[in-house]
Design a protein around this ligand. Structure first.
Ligand code: OGA
Ligand code: MN
Length: 270
């Protein structure tokens, strides 16, 4: 262990004190990835990486998704800065990025550039810890459930009364059936829920909804959650395979802007 670390809460989040130079030198890949898997969220306070440096640092940790400009995707509600900004309105709901896919992204790096005067703090929930703390009877029940995830449920959150045409368009994206408990290659299990989770195989829509909501409430209890109050220049990395996240609502014209770089998914949900 070469990095100086401090736990942010008992169950999720570790702050790392390191200089830009130390991080960009590389050679920390295994240590950082191990910490990320164990702690869910890594915080580097006011590290102030430039977009180029963030991309460079991300490349030392894994393969980077070609999204945005030179691997930097702008998180903003301003459609003049990001043409898919509209979609980001849904991020106020707990979610796992790409849970409607077979292989969700591995992790994301997020640097705060401009803060909102109101709202805009981000919360992360450790879904490994949430699974581990289930009573054993509940674990067996959860182990047997499969959940249907779809892009449609993200859209429904933003457009609660869809037209037939909207529904038809959303349903062009295939749905995915995933186990509610994701058994990772490591043998550890995490709960897989969030906004994309719509119904449960073999249950009526209403019964499935009830179970999803119950488990969602379980997984986002305060002991599993780290809430980050941003300062400009803070860098957060979250493990997208074992963490749900959401942002506190903020005004679309607040100017809030973060730079995101995302690592390619490595493990199909199983
Ligand atoms: C994301 C996301 C939350 C935020 O980048 O995937 O959900 O705080 N961001 O803006
Ligand atoms: Mn997200």
């Amino acid at each position: 262990m070469t990095l100086e670390t401090r736990k942010l809460t008992p169950r999720i989040g570790t702050e790392i004190s390191a200089s830009k130079e130390q991080l960009l030198r590389g050679g920390l890949r295994e240590e950082i990835r191990e910490l990320l898997e164990q702690r869910g969220v890594l915080l580097f306070r006011e590290l102030n990486l430039t977009d180029e440096e963030q991309y460079e640092f991300a490349m030392t940790l894994g393969d980077v998704i070609d999204q945005g400009f030179k691997g930097i995707y702008k998180i903003t509600l301003d459609p003049t800065l990001n043409e898919t900004a509209d979609y980001l309105h849904a991020t106020v709901h707990w979610h796992v990025d790409g849970a409607q896919d077979m292989v969700p992204t591995r992790a994301s790096l997020l640097t705060a550039r401009v803060l909102s005067k109101v709202g805009g703090q981000t919360e992360f929930a450790n879904t490994y810890a949430a699974y581990d703390d289930l009573p054993s009877a509940k674990k067996s029940q959860v182990d047997s459930l499969r959940v249907i995830h779809s892009q449609e449920y993200i859209q429904r959150a933003m457009h609660p009364n869809p037209t037939e045409e909207q529904l038809a368009r959303w349903r062009q994206h295939p749905e995915q059936s995933h186990p509610m408990a994701w058994t990772h290659r490591s043998g550890r299990k995490s709960l897989l829920l969030g906004l994309t989770a719509g119904r449960i195989e073999g249950m009526s829509d209403a019964d499935g909804r009830k179970v999803i909501e119950e488990m969602q409430a379980w997984a986002t209890q305060p002991q599993f959650v780290y809430r980050h109050e941003w300062a400009v220049g803070d860098l957060i990395i979250w493990d997208n395979t074992g963490v749900m996240h959401r942002v506190e609502a903020y005004p679309a014209d607040s100017g809030r802007l973060l730079s995101r770089t995302t690592l390619v998914g490595e493990e199909p949900i199983a």
